[in-house]
Design a protein around this ligand. Structure first.
Ligand code: GLU
Length: 547
């Protein structure tokens, strides 16, 4: 029995050949140096921060070179598939602003290299597998999982390389007749790639990040098509897809680095040129004195939902990942504070090869800085979008008087050294709640030096009735606070006060604090002059009367 006959027996309905597909998936007419990248997540129901690092690299490389960035849904592991997982991926890309040039989602197929969902490409994979059987580079394997378990145990006991190779590869040497008989008999089988590698020989592989790496050749006959659903495994599917979809650069996690020899061998078996690979470093978390892989079970920040639900601007997450992606990014950012990260030219040789520390404190600092530079309108827009979804009560309050909210957000903003107090939108309510009557119910007045309530009431009432004027400019306002200070036996001149503290009841800072706490209940707030102006005399009166 010829290989062709065996291949026909296994795939009787596959009538297209590799050549047919080559004609359908034409070369992309792109200029030299243009990169075609893809984000190829498995729809697991969550997007890991490590996936975002990959998608960011993909997006950046494609934008850097005027190329294509496409999305491919790698759903061949149906056991792991979760409903609505695709929504999550699309929402996350939308949040990040990484709009794919080509993708498939619900009814939409955008791009000419689809389907972009692997489970819808089954017949394509079958044509490619059929070809491998015809050229004797793939074969059906009938070993049961019990047999494979037993094999694994024996290999472990003898401390041998695990896998299906050499004498362990029982089905490799069955004759075509034997294979056909078992197939006709209805025996379940998978298809394995027939490796020609010898681990005593080395392959040299040029990695864009690390340079030349030497690997022992692969000799493991890996499964390329599963029994049951007849879908391919990742190893095989990516070879076919990245070839047909003309991917130039595959950016993926470091966990795939050991599979490079197998992947190169498969590209070789077809005579296809492999894409270039970039393996991103693992993201690590500091845990006491040691570092460990950031884990979706232990660390909420491992998943993108964390950032979305907390209301981090996506650019903050992107900036923090950029510092991990290329070691020279921070230097570039300092020199180019106003440029978009997309103008940074990615350099693969500056990608870390060991794990990179992913640090939430650093993210918060980056984010505070970014938000502080936004205009009040930008912050308002972000806040509205966020609260509409995650805090509807607050949304109703802040949108009731848009200008009032914007002016609150504008306190110590749009100036040379803006205030850096929000890292994410869920921080905002905690910082400005006291500006809204609906939220103002002080449970805890943070009085400092002056705690006597009669004295407090006296200071606040005297100020309101005798000094405060809504139209005062900032200097006049401050002079009046000083006048109030002196008139009540406190000292408005800090130098004098320091020389002779016993001569006074306290100083101007104590008086300001009383006014601040009386109006907001907080001892620390942004600029008090602005707060008073925004609250307005009527509201101030109400709050002071309630003391
Ligand atoms: N589906 C694979 C994963 O999620 C993708 C790896 C790749 O990008 O090639 O790990």
């Amino acid at each position: 029995m010829t290989n062709k006959e065996l291949a026909d027996l296994i795939f009787p309905n596959v009538d297209k050949t590799i050549e047919d597909y080559e004609k359908i998936y034409k070369n992309r007419e792109l200029k030299e140096g243009t990169m075609v990248t893809r984000f190829a997540p498995s729809p697991t129901g969550f997007v890991h921060i490590g996936n975002t690092l990959q998608a960011l690299t993909d997006y950046l490389l494609s934008r850097n070179s005027g190329g294509i960035f496409f999305l491919r849904n790698e759903d061949t592991d149906t056991k792991r598939e979760v409903n609505e997982a695709m929504d999550k991926i699309m929402d996350t890309l939308d949040y990040l602003g990484f709009t794919p040039d080509e993708y498939q989602y619900k009814e939409d197929i955008v791009g000419e290299y689809g389907p972009y969902i692997q489970s819808k490409r089954k017949e394509i994979y079958h044509a490619f597998i059929k070809h491998l059987i015809e050229i004797d580079r793939a074969y059906p394997c009938f070993c049961t999982s019990e047999e494979l378990d037993e094999m694994r145990k024996k290999q472990e006991a003898k401390k041998l390389q695990p896998g299906y190779y050499g004498a362990w590869a029982k089905c490799r040497d069955l004759t075509n007749e034997e294979k056909a008989e078992r197939i006709k008999n209805g025996d379940a089988f998978v298809i394995r790639f027939k490796s020609m590698g010898n681990p005593n020989r080395k392959i040299e592989y040029h990695d864009l990040v690390t340079g030349i790496i030497e690997f022992p050749e692969n000799n493991n006959d890996m499964v390329i098509m599963k029994s049951g659903d007849l879908l391919p495994t990742y190893h095989f599917a990516h070879v076919v897809d990245d070839h047909l979809m003309k991917t130039t650069h595959v950016i993926r996690g470091q966990e795939w680095l050991p599979s490079v020899p197998l992947h190169l061998e498969m590209f070789n078996a077809f005579g296809f040129e492999p894409p270039k690979y970039i393996h991103n470093s693992l993201l690590l978390k500091q845990d006491g004195n040691s570092r460990r892989k950031i884990s979706k079970r232990k660390d909420p920040e491992a998943l993108m939902d964390y950032y979305i639900e907390k209301g981090y601007p996506s650019v903050s997450v992107i900036e923090s990942l950029m510092t991990i992606l290329n070691s020279n990014y921070e230097e570039w950012r300092d020199a180019n504070p106003d440029k978009s990260y997309l103008e940074f030219e990615f350099n693969p040789s500056k990608v870390g090869t060991t794990g990179a520390l992913y640090d939430l404190e650093k993210l918060d600092n980056i984010s505070k800085n970014i938000i502080s530079k936004m205009t009040k309108d930008q912050v308002y827009e972000l806040l509205v979008k966020y609260t509409e979804k995650y805090d509807k009560d607050f949304y109703d309050i802040i949108t009731k008087d848009e200008n009032y909210t914007k002016e609150i957000l504008n306190i110590e903003r749009e100036q040379e050294k803006p205030r850096k107090d929000f890292a994410c939108m869920s921080d905002v309510k905690n910082s400005i709640w006291y500006m809204f009557d609906e939220l103002y119910s002080p449970e805890n007045y943070e009085w400092m030096k002056i705690t006597d309530i009669d004295e407090i009431k006296n200071i606040a009432n005297t100020y309101l009735n005798e000094y405060y004027n809504q139209d005062d400019d900032k200097d006049t306002w401050f002079n009046k606070v000083k006048e109030l200070t002196d008139s009540l036996g406190y000292c408005s001149n800090m130098k004098e006060y320091k020389v002779n503290p016993d001569a006074y009841k306290g100083n101007v800072a104590d008086i300001s604090t009383v006014l601040r706490v009386a109006l907001t209940s907080k001892s620390q707030t942004p600029d008090l002059y602005c707060i008073m102006k925004l609250l307005g005399k009527e509201r101030m009166e109400m709050r002071i009367n309630n003391l």
